[in-house]
Design a protein around this ligand. Structure first.
Ligand SMILES: *Cc1c(COP(=O)(O)O)cnc(C)c1O
Length: 416
């Protein structure tokens, strides 16, 4: 792991986190380049060509992260025109981009067609018809994969489970054959594959393999209908260890997937990992503003809030919180809470920590869905981001200034 204590001080690779906080201020996101590379290699080594890996941009879309992954040969899974623009700006290849998302606009479709992306992951019959129209208007063929909902229970938090019938995502398995047939008829649609994404933070291979079996059965049916399906994209969703969870064995899962797909033959496999590439490669450094002794419990009031890291407030997600400088003082039972005016504004509840005003804390495993979900609520400038490479730290996003926050706003004269 790339975050370790040396003589009681937390390091990111060979950079002291305390020194980073002194130099760049807090709250501060710190990423380890080596950890991102290691995570990527874990997938890439057991995923020989022509199989493809498309990093899910929404997990962490900083240009430096995207550039690093592009250098490693990554494709990208995007969910908006904005993310496509980021991939291009970071030097990623458009012909390795897959475009997910339930409500793509005409403008986003046109842009993606102009860039020549690898394929659109189409989520409904209506989207398929609209994509055909947009492609016709531009006199091009739109490469398509159908996102099918395999109706498996990923046994994860309801907000991050996407593979059940009741979710808004994907085409129902029972409609997939009809919609595939329709795709064949449409003159500007080129049906290439099928995809699914059953949820996030999934800790066992069973739901993935269950979904894969259903998708492979669908592909067999489609081939019987004379529809040549060239790829199966199993999405992302591989969980990481936030507390004491035992994540699944990635290479075992990938090899088993390949084994099952080979039985059918002629299939390129794809994955869209996000969290498992960047999650454990980032931490959020925050400074304690106050220690408040309450009647029932104590609070550590820190300078990072739910606007900086939303996962605890949004999903009751657990993030380990550790001191940047270890201390010998005996720990207290505390809630670690932010400055935002919401009761849900916490980073961690009922933790055993010894820290006082001015001390630094590190919120671990914050590399995925951390910065990308941050907001300016309470007119709080978003945090700076730093990428550590060995003993070098690189500022990869400046801290926002307060005046950045009202850029584009206008005062309207009040009639007198
Ligand atoms: C969010 C998302 C991913 C990435 O999920 P992780 O859990 O971060 O791996 C992949 N594919 C699609 C379609 C997504 O929406």
């Amino acid at each position: 792991m790339s975050f370790n204590y040396h003589d009681g001080v937390l390091y990111a690779e060979q950079c002291s986190v305390a020194e980073l906080a002194a130099q760049y201020g807090t709250p501060l996101y710190v990423y380890s380049q080596q950890q991102i590379m290691n995570n990527w290699q874990q997938f890439a080594t057991v995923w020989p060509a022509p199989h493809r890996l498309c990093y899910a941009v929404k997990a962490n879309s900083n240009l430096a992260v995207l550039h690093l992954l592009a250098q490693l040969g990554a494709g990208f899974d995007i969910v908006s025109g904005g993310e496509l623009a980021r991939v291009i700006a970071a030097g990623g290849r458009a012909d390795r981009v897959v475009f997910s998302g339930v409500a793509k606009s005409r403008a986003e479709m046109a842009e993606a067609l102009a860039h020549g992306i690898y394929c659109f992951n189409v989520e409904s019959a209506a989207e398929l018809e609209q994509l055909n129209e947009v492609a016709r208007a531009h006199q091009v063929m739109a490469p398509v994969s159908l996102r099918v909902n395999p109706d498996v229970d990923a046994q994860t938090h309801p907000y991050i489970s996407t593979g059940l019938k009741t979710n808004k995502f994907g085409i129902a398995m029972s409609q997939a054959r009809d919609i595939a047939r329709r795709a064949q008829e449409l003159p500007n649609i080129q049906l290439q594959g099928v995809d699914c994404h059953i949820g996030s933070q999934i800790l066992t291979a069973a739901p993935f393999l269950d979904a894969a079996d259903r998708m492979l059965a669908l592909i067999a049916d489609l081939r019987q209908d004379g529809i040549a399906i060239q790829h199966l994209n199993m999405g992302g969703g591989i969980g990481i260890s936030y507390q004491h969870e035992q994540p699944l064995d990635v290479s075992a899962y990938l090899l088993e997937l390949q084994r099952r797909a080979e039985a059918l033959g002629g299939l390129t496999l794809m994955l869209e990992p996000g969290r498992s590439i960047v999650g454990n490669a980032g931490l959020l450094v925050t400074q304690v503003a106050y220690h408040k002794a309450g009647e029932d419990k104590d609070f550590l009031l820190v300078d990072a809030g739910m606007n900086d890291l939303m996962r605890p407030a949004l999903y009751q997600a657990y993030h380990e919180i550790i001191p940047v400088q270890q201390s010998a003082a005996s720990p207290l039972l505390v809630d670690v809470v932010g400055p935002v005016c919401e009761t849900g504004d916490f980073l961690g509840l009922a933790r055993h920590l010894s820290a006082s005003a001015g001390d630094l804390l590190a919120v671990m495993n914050a590399g995925a869905y951390g910065f990308t979900m941050s907001s300016n609520y309470n007119t709080r400038p978003r945090a700076a981001e730093v990428m550590v490479i060995g003993d070098q730290a690189h500022l990869i996003r400046e801290r926002e200034t307060v005046s950045d926050l009202w850029k584009g706003e206008r005062i309207v004269e009040v009639p007198r």
